[in-house]
Design a protein around this ligand. Structure first.
Ligand SMILES: Cc1cc2nc3c(=O)[nH]c(=O)nc-3n(C[C@H](O)[C@H](O)[C@H](O)COP(=O)(O)OP(=O)(O)OC[C@H]3O[C@@H](n4cnc5c(N)ncnc54)[C@H](O)[C@@H]3O)c2cc1C
Length: 274
């Protein structure tokens, strides 16, 4: 359920089979869990170090197309930024907004993706270090618990459609009761403080019958990426990485010639706008 961020009743047989088969019938280590010990921002910073420029807090508002129906530039509130090729790695609803008229790009289906929420509940307690790092809870509204620091737990609640609009105090109380019951080190502990962070659009799933688009678009130098695109993986970080690589491969293949090939780039540099 957390792998797909959805209740079993809402997932397709193919999605469920993918998770079970990938985790349990592929290589021996496939069901291992990995979790970050540094903030996500460190990963973004490492990736940004290889780029020519990074424009943060700079939303792309539209595209400028050339005579051959190629993307020439992206529009931002700070002005236009010229590009040889573009990867749009946006959530489907933002992509629809940037394209303005997704049907014109043969991407009308991007409007038919359903957002699924995830809620994180942060608990600060007086029991000090519990020493488990990461725990999975079965048959509980909380699936993962991370010990982020001595006295600080972060609880992750997937498939949180019924929880995302609950009052913070209720979310904190529910999670505290669950962890006190499940984690022996918390017996007798006192909750010092709690907080909830909600992401109503944590992952996206296509509406029934809708196909996830691949990296190719009608435009020769425009590729799509994003964890919700057709990577074969559910909407996860793994899928996001795979989609980015697929988008890059697609553009490189286009530059290498063949029907509908794109013009070679003027430079090898990369710019991120977001
Ligand atoms: C709380 C939470 C917990 C999760 N837990 C897990 C987990 O344990 N394991 C896992 O694999 N996945 C997890 N996920 C899902 C995972 O984070 C996503 O699948 C993944 O980050 C999606 O990557 P992405 O690059 O496609 O999109 P995003 O990471 O959403 O990136 C899209 C970017 O586009 C930017 N943007 C939007 N509009 C514009 C615009 N107009 N112009 C420019 N930029 C724009 C946004 O600011 C954003 O930075 C979790 C998600 C959440 C929210």
């Amino acid at each position: 359920m957390p792998a797909l961020n959805a209740p079993l009743e809402e997932v397709t047989v193919a999605e469920a089979a993918f998770v079970v088969a990938t985790a349990f019938t592929s290589e021996a280590g496939a069901a291992r869990f990995g979790w970050l010990t540094v903030p996500l921002a460190r990963l973004a910073e490492a990736a940004a170090a290889g780029l020519d420029a990074v424009h943060v807090r700079t939303p792309v508002t539209g595209l400028e197309l050339g005579a051959e129906d190629e993307v020439r530039a992206v529009r931002t509130p700070e002005g236009t930024l010229a590009c040889d090729a573009l990867v749009l790695a946006l959530p489907p609803n933002r992509l629809a907004r940037v394209l303005g008229d997704p049907e014109r790009f043969d991407l009308g289906a991007v409007r038919d993706f359903v957002a699924r929420p995830i809620v994180d509940v942060h608990l600060w307690h007086d029991a000090g270090r519990l020493g488990f790092g990461f725990a999975a809870l079965l048959e509980a509204p909380v699936q993962w618990v991370f010990e982020k620091a001595p006295g600080y737990l972060c609880c992750s609640l997937s498939n949180a459609g019924s929880l995302v609009h609950r009052p913070e105090a209720e979310l904190v109380r529910t999670c505290w009761e669950v962890v006190v019951e499940r984690l022996p080190g918390l017996r007798g502990a006192r909750l010092r403080r709690g907080a909830a962070t909600r992401n109503p659009e944590a992952t996206y799933a296509p509406a029934h019958g809708v196909r996830r688009p691949g990296p190719a678009t009608r435009l020769p130098n425009l590729a799509l990426a994003g964890s919700w695109t057709a990577t074969g993986w559910p909407d996860t970080m793994e899928s996001a990485v795979r989609s980015g690589r697929a988008a890059a491969r697609h553009l490189v293949a286009r530059w290498s010639g063949g029907a509908g090939s794109a013009r070679r780039p003027r430079s090898e540099g990369g710019v991120a706008v977001g």
